[in-house]
Ligand binder design. Structure first.
Ligand code: COA
Length: 166
């Protein structure tokens, strides 16, 4: 019989803007889902960041991307990530690291989150080297300028971008 803490250890939250989700995000999602019984991909509603796709669109895209996996849920949240994580019954946040340039920002985020709630901890996964140069804003820019993004995003995201961009 599992106690409460053991159950919490089996769930992880992978938060992000996912505007839109890229193959880099998918790589982290798939690998994290192998490590935990339940992975919650949580789309952050970040008022400080002007988003291209609505939260609802990002959730729809992510749900389609993870549809073949039985242990991945997609959700969205506003407010503090640590509060969301605790309320979701988890103690683990997953973040991807692409390059040294990510480190300082992620380090600050993880330390602030730990100050806010010491029961929640962050685990970092190295992004696959094929995706280390991909970020959502770059993908949007390449798509807007007519470049090929088919190997950088899942098909559903390519479809949404093509529909949205002139
Ligand atoms: N592969 C490809 N791209 C990746 C990636 C990966 N593995 N990991 C991150 N990226 C890219 C994203 O595409 C995004 O690119 P963009 O800037 O061009 O849009 C960029 O890296 C930032 O990544 P993201 O994971 O979306 O981080 P974020 O900084 O937008 O949001 C949250 C991070 C959601 C975790 C943070 O804002 C948060 O916790 N918000 C809730 C409020 C809160 O608790 N604040 C206090 C935190 S201390």
């Amino acid at each position: 019989m599992l106690n409460g803490l053991e159950k919490m250890r089996r769930t992880a939250v992978y938060p992000g803007s996912f505007d839109p989700p890229t193959n880099g995000h998918c790589d982290i999602i798939k690998r994290s889902a192998k490590l935990f019984d339940c992975l919650i991909v949580a789309v952050a509603e970040n008022p400080a960041k002007k988003s291209f796709f609505s939260v609802e669109e990002r959730v729809i895209m992510l749900r389609e991307i993870v549809s073949e996996y039985g242990n991945i849920e997609v959700d969205h949240f506003d407010g503090l990530l640590v509060d969301y994580t605790e309320n979701a019954g988890a103690v683990t946040i997953i973040r991807g690291l692409r390059a040294l340039s990510d480190f300082e920002y992620e380090f600050e985020l993880a330390l602030m989150n730990r100050h806010l709630n010491a029961t929640v901890d962050t685990i970092f996964m190295m992004t696959d080297e094929h995706y280390s140069f991909i970020r959502s804003s770059l993908v949007r820019e390449v798509a807007r300028l007519g470049g090929d993004i088919s190997d950088k995003v899942p098909p559903v995201v390519e479809k949404y971008l093509k529909e949205r961009l002139p």
